[in-house]
Design a protein around this ligand. Sequence first.
Ligand code: AMP
Length: 505
Amino acid sequence: MNLALWLERAGRSHPAAPAIGYGKHAVMDYGALALRAARIAGALQKAGLKPGDRVAIAAKNHPDYLAVLFGIWHAGLAAVPANAKLHGAELGYILEHSGARICFASKDLESDVAAHAPKSLERLATIGSREYENLLSADPAPVEPRTGGDLAWLFYTSGTTGKPKGAMLTHRNLTWASYAYAAEVDAVAPGEAIVHAAPLSHGSGLYALPHVGRLGVNVVPESGSFEPDEIFSLFSHWTRPSMFAAPTMIKRLVESGADCDPAAIRTLIWGGAPMYVEDALKAIERFGYRLAQIYGQGESPMTITFLGKQEIADRDHPRWAEKLGSAGRPYACVEVKVADHEDRALPAGMLGEILCKGDVVMAGYWKNPQASEAALKDGWLHTGDVGVFDTDGYLTLKDRSKDMIISGGSNIYPREVEEILLAHEKIREVSVIGRPDAEWGEVVVAYVVGEANAKELDALCLERIARFKRPKDYVFVDALPKNNYGKILKTELRERDTQREKKHA
Ligand code: AMP
């Protein structure tokens, strides 16, 4: 079934219900949004695009984003939402690799996209331009039939290493991800809002779908960036708003002194990167039990495990603290196992790679059969994440296998050390890596943003973790390297560390 039907039906059944908010203004109702998508579909079909062709969106969050996205699906095409913060050359790579025939760009990205557009790109339509307005006057098309297995979204991974790969997400995958969200994380009622502070091209866009399916209001902040003051004012304005945010964003909200009555908030969902327990506790203190966590990846969009609001609120549970440090338990629609090198399921308490299987798992990587085969061996998605189940069925993520440090033959998981260091009140951010060492194989090194000194930090580690896990070196920096989604780039940090060591040698 074509996902575009969700919007098309909403347009017929509830044309006057608010669909899109821009800042504090309701700018489009479901009738208008559905008509816009149908006209965009008509224009794309008139331009000669055939079902399965790709159409890219290189735009910051924009009130027209969902009209374009659903318009692409409405015409039976596959969307390629690209992160607006990418460099022009990276956008160019995605356009070329996906073979997109048309790209919708926001005004600020127009020249960047034009400068790096590959030959395969036939047309660049800038949202808001006269050409775009012309598209909107096309005759509305009927929804093109699609099957569950048809490609809907080429989801380019954030690429913390190497070139991004395009995870092929089908209409079925996105339907399951949306149902799983509404059933287990955050039921959406008509009129309830979601504030899209994170990119619609990535996590937040996935969460827009259940909000369209359930007649929610998708709200785009006007500032175009993440401003805690603005987010709080939107929380106070809209009905029972929720928001998906990376842990760094939640942290900024917690640290912001802005006024906000947490009672206005429905749910704050964090995911995409680890949230340290220390930070989760502060967030609970600030927002109460309105937090939920999801663990997923582009390849199994947002849907592997979740830690629901009720569990986070269940403070009397004897293992509450452990649960808070975990990524929760599997969604009902996926099988999840922690496996050894031969993909055999390991019992609770043993560390291994996290594998998952189900209707939410991608069809493979676009134009990359080798990577697809490796990632989907025997029908299981190999996440590359390392984790451990406890006997209650909760999954705790360790680090990605490539980030694990082996020092003197012992495995050290950076996150464990990072959690300890972050407990220091003067530490804002930290990333722990392994540095090659002739004697130990690797030694533990902590890159730290904050005012504490090495001696204090060492004392803290001695108090709380085994001696061999203590960093042998602390490097104090102003900022840590991050990708466009705010994820710390350990690979880059390791490279910087190697250069730094060479200089000091
Ligand atoms: P992406 O495909 O860019 O969304 O990145 C997915 C990766 O982010 C996963 O494979 C994990 O390594 C990490 N990740 C996602 N959610 C969580 C979470 N709740 N806790 C820790 N790491 C996470």
